[in-house]
Design a protein around this ligand. Structure first.
Ligand code: PLP
Length: 377
């Protein structure tokens, strides 16, 4: 089996499984209870947040655990809409569906949302952003930090500066970042950031929202007083501990992973150059404003859906784009925004997303299979 779908999800690390199992067995109380079992759960909860706060250079009171990257994004976007329903929201055409569809739903309730276009490499234009900010008072600029389909990293520093200059708050969906780059939220200076544990060897079903100032959001889930009343519901301590464990493992190994994954990505392109296949890398070159581990590649004369089935039959697992849209037969909205009407390029593109567990022999096998498919097609 060759697994090249790490942008969809990574395989949970065995030490993370052990942490979750131990916590499930040992911590029995509800952190909201005012007795020793509750105090014990609260101590564990706070310790989990302390660890993350130290790594991200923020305060633990600015962190809210929740059920997923999807919910983490909804907490910010819906929360900001309930706070300031009349103001403008700015996002992009190439967001993850958890952002795009949240905005589409809010538009039905009357929200003013501007979707910025991208160029052929997947970057927004700062000029377009400034024009949208100038046109109307803007409450939130919500941008995908690192694109899940192409690995493209937007011009974060400039976007933050520009949005703040016009009084707008800034949210970055950073779900795809942690496996590849360290995160210092104080240095980034954004107002909100969102994460999901299953993208860096943690469990599925646990996300995290960073909120610089808790008073800037209204709750999207209403109930008890958990998570500063911004995300009601008894917290899932075991999964939160799994998030922390996965983050600690990532912090310890990221530099080595980055070296290995960069080498693998470059090697894949070199091997493709030496093969019979004609291809184009979608997005900017490796070594520029992108993560190396997510490569979106168009193969001349190939039907990507068909090739994915062929590879699946040979136990090579990858996606065309976002796993969350995999049930729809629509062409990728990200590639559509980048390449407009170039359907041949869009429909011949596949996403290869690496983990450090891949090796060069896997790449040889992959290329061999694509060549075999091409000959038989
Ligand atoms: C960029 C991005 N944002 C948000 C999400 C949603 O995260 P989750 O799967 O935890 O809901 C994903 C997952 O694919 C993603 O890639």
């Amino acid at each position: 089996m060759i697994y090249l779908d790490n942008a969809a999800t990574t395989f949970i690390h065995p030490d993370v499984i052990e942490t979750i199992q131990t916590s499930l067995a040992q911590v029995k109380g509800n952190p909201s209870s005012v007795h020793e079992l509750g105090f014990e759960a609260t101590r564990e909860w706070n310790a989990a947040k302390d660890t993350i706060a130290n790594i991200f250079h923020v305060s633990k009171k600015q962190l809210i655990f929740n059920s997923s990257g999807t919910e983490a994004n909804n907490i910010v976007i819906q929360g900001r809409y309930y706070k300031t329903p009349k103001a403008r929201f700015i996002t992009t055409l190439t967001e993850h569906s958890s952002v795009l569809n949240t905005f589409k739903a809010l538009e039905k309730r009357g929200a003013d949302v501007v979707y910025l276009d991208v160029d052929e490499q997947g970057f927004i234009s700062l000029g377009d952003l400034e024009s949208a900010l100038q046109e109307a008072p803007t409450t939130l600029v919500s941008i995908l930090h690192t694109n899940n389909e192409t690995g493209v990293i937007q011009a974060i520093e400039a976007i933050t500066k520009l949005a703040h200059q016009y009084g707008a708050l800034v949210h970055y969906d950073m779900v795809q970042v942690l496996m590849h780059a360290p995160v210092d939220l104080a240095a980034i200076g954004c107002d909100f950031a969102t994460f999901s544990a299953h993208k860096f060897f943690g469990p599925k079903g646990v996300g995290l929202t960073y909120i610089k100032d808790l008073t800037t959001l209204e709750p999207h889930t209403v109930g008890g007083s958990q998570e500063y009343r911004l995300r009601a519901g008894t917290p899932n301590l075991s999964l939160a501990k799994g998030f922390v464990k996965a983050l600690e493992i990532t912090e310890q190994n990221r530099a080595d992973w980055h070296t290995k994954i960069t080498h693998l990505s470059k090697t894949l392109l070199e091997k493709l150059d030496a093969s019979s296949l004609k291809y184009t890398l979608n997005g900017p070159p490796i070594g520029t404003s992108r993560i190396p581990g997510t490569l979106n590649i168009a193969f001349d004369g190939v039907d990507a859906i068909d090739l994915r089935f062929f590879l699946n039959d040979h136990e090579v697992y990858l996606s065309l784009g976002s796993a969350c849209d995999a049930d729809s037969m629509h062409a990728s909205h990200v590639l559509t925004a980048m390449f407009k009407g170039d359907e041949a390029r869009i429909n011949s593109s596949l996403r290869f997303s690496f983990s450090p567990d891949i090796n060069e022999a896997d790449l040889d096998q992959l290329i061999h299979l694509i060549e075999t498919y091409k000959k038989s097609a």
